[in-house]
Write a protein that binds this ligand. Structure first.
Ligand SMILES: NC(=O)C1=CN([C@@H]2O[C@H](COP(=O)(O)OP(=O)(O)OC[C@H]3O[C@@H](n4cnc5c(N)ncnc54)[C@H](OP(=O)(O)O)[C@@H]3O)[C@@H](O)[C@H]2O)C=CC1
Ligand SMILES: N[C@@H](CCO)C(=O)O
Length: 443
């Protein structure tokens, strides 16, 4: 039997994901190498702290703090960037691509902010950049959009793309415990990113939304140009009232394209979703993505959106594609042809403005529990031409009450001015909080 080709892999980072890649290559090495017709050798691993105790033990000689041993090493074929961040990771990814290497990444923040540049550097240097693990952890959503659903144009993609916030909302709903208490547990379990804003303010899910938007529509949208709202304002009362009205509250990414008007709406925000929708049943750290294509119809993918094993499963899938490429198969990474196609897809495509959105809303208003207050609230809504669908009230026995209103379809602009008018009303305490109600059939 002919000797298998040795493929050398360098890791930038040996934390949760990096160690998962090592562990799971070892776990299924025989079958993997048989399928790939190659021997996989992780030969160099860059870390920050050589003394750190790790779950996976490897020979000390493999570990280094010297990035050059990975990115400048001519013997290394595939560099896996599993260190995170957007500074050193950017420099090292650039360097590896400039040396013509295949780079595999799980770094959604880096791709969202610098994907356009990194794909260009890869193209100019005959290198390749793979990033399946960057969106929805173990769910193969990137391959699904790029390969399995290549026959389609995508009118609607929506989903839950952040496992940590979904875990927090699920526990708040099931156990009735507050956001703050659940967050303490999420931290203890190691779910929350070091920079908590990434998970709690929706930034991580928005990074992933930007990546999916590029793959589906060829347009790099800027984070600052899309609605990005996290879960911090959601209370157990909101979840309870939403539940009584037949909804769950989820942090939802929505990418909607109107092909006739050539308009694209991209947003990430908490949303009330009818319990009968599949996405409403995606709980805990799971992610779920619904993709509607003009040929396939609607396809739904659910899986573990974060964590060592799920994420390393996607990284190893990219490593496998890279190995096939090194053995002569056509590239599966973003190619010049892909970029030309994406440019055509994005031609003249306008990003909708947030104020142009239309839909139904849920609004929570804290008020003094006095006579005539409800009439004042509904009067303000009427002045903004907002038609009310339901009103609920919770009293606290301390002279305070919370009024929860759901509306029929209105414009975002009307909702914003109603909130401003409500906040200025003497009987209203603090700022009203609103969440959009998402109906897949309306997008
Ligand atoms: N964890 C998850 O569930 C998921 C993570 N991702 C992404 O995967 C990437 C890695 O995440 P994760 O494994 O959780 O992160 P960790 O923090 O667990 O690991 C990061 C690793 O990178 C090393 N590192 C970081 N900065 C430097 C530096 N400046 N120089 C040298 N080494 C450095 C660290 O070294 P040392 O160990 O010595 O500190 C560590 O080994 C990130 O981009 C993340 O967003 C994507 C999907 C899911
Ligand atoms: N913080 C992210 C990690 C996976 O990208 C999440 O909770 O989904």
């Amino acid at each position: 039997m002919s000797e298998k080709r040795k493929i050398r892999i360098g890791l930038l980072g040996f934390g949760i994901v990096g160690q998962g890649v090592w562990k799971n290559i070892e776990r299924n090495r025989e079958a993997l190498e048989y399928r790939l017709g190659a021997e996989l050798v992780i030969s160099d691993i860059m870390v920050k702290d050589l003394a750190r105790k790790r779950e996976v033990e490897v020979s000390e000689s493999l570990l280094t703090t010297d990035a050059a041993r990975v990115v400048d090493n001519p013997e290394i074929d595939i560099v896996c960037e599993l260190m995170g961040g957007t500074k050193e990771a950017l420099d090292l990814t650039r360097r590896a691509l400039e040396r013509g290497k295949i780079v595999v990444s799980a770094n959604k923040a880096l791709i969202c902010e610098h994907g356009e540049e990194l794909f260009r550097i890869a193209r100019e240097n005959g290198a390749h950049y793979f990033f399946e693990a960057s969106v929805a952890g173990g769910i193969p959503i990137i391959k699904t959009i790029r390969e399995a659903l290549v026959a389609n144009r995508f009118s609607l993609i929506y989903g839950i793309l952040n496992g940590t916030s979904n875990y927090i909302l699920t526990r708040m709903e099931r156990e009735g415990i507050s956001f703050e208490e659940t967050l303490v547990d999420a931290r203890r379990l190691g779910y929350v990113e070091a920079d908590e804003a990434l998970d709690l303010d929706g930034i991580d899910a928005a990074h992933k939304t930007v990546i999916l938007t590029y793959l589906a529509h060829g347009k790099w949208v800027k984070l600052e140009d899309i609605i990005c709202e996290g879960i911090r304002k959601i209370t157990t009362d909101d979840i309870e009232i939403a539940g009584q009205l037949g909804f769950k509250i989820k942090l939802l990414a929505v990418i909607k394209r109107d092909f006739e008007a050539n308009q694209l709406s991209v947003r990430l925000h908490p949303a009330l979703i009818a319990k009968k929708e599949v996405i409403a049943g995606v709980d805990g750290v799971y992610n779920g993505v619904s993709v509607t294509g003009d040929v396939v119809g609607t396809t739904f993918l659910i899986g573990r959106g974060a964590g060592q094993d799920a994420t390393s499963s996607s990284v190893i899938s990219d490593i496998s594609d890279a190995v096939f490429m090194l053995r002569g198969a056509p590239p599966q990474a973003i190619s010049k042809e892909d970029e030309e196609l994406y440019a055509q897809l994005a031609e003249g495509l306008e990003l909708s403005k947030a104020e142009d959105l239309k839909g139904c809303y849920y609004v929570r208003i804290s008020v003094r529990d006095e006579e005539g207050v409800l009439a004042k609230v509904t009067d303000i809504m009427a002045r903004e031409h907002i038609s009310i669908s339901s009103v609920n009230q919770k009293e606290f026995g301390d002279g305070m009450a919370t009024v929860m209103v759901t509306t029929h379809k209105i414009s975002e602009a009307a909702m914003q001015s109603a909130k401003e008018a409500l906040a200025a009303e003497g009987a209203v305490v603090g700022q009203p909080v609103s969440f959009r109600i998402f109906k897949p059939e309306e997008g």
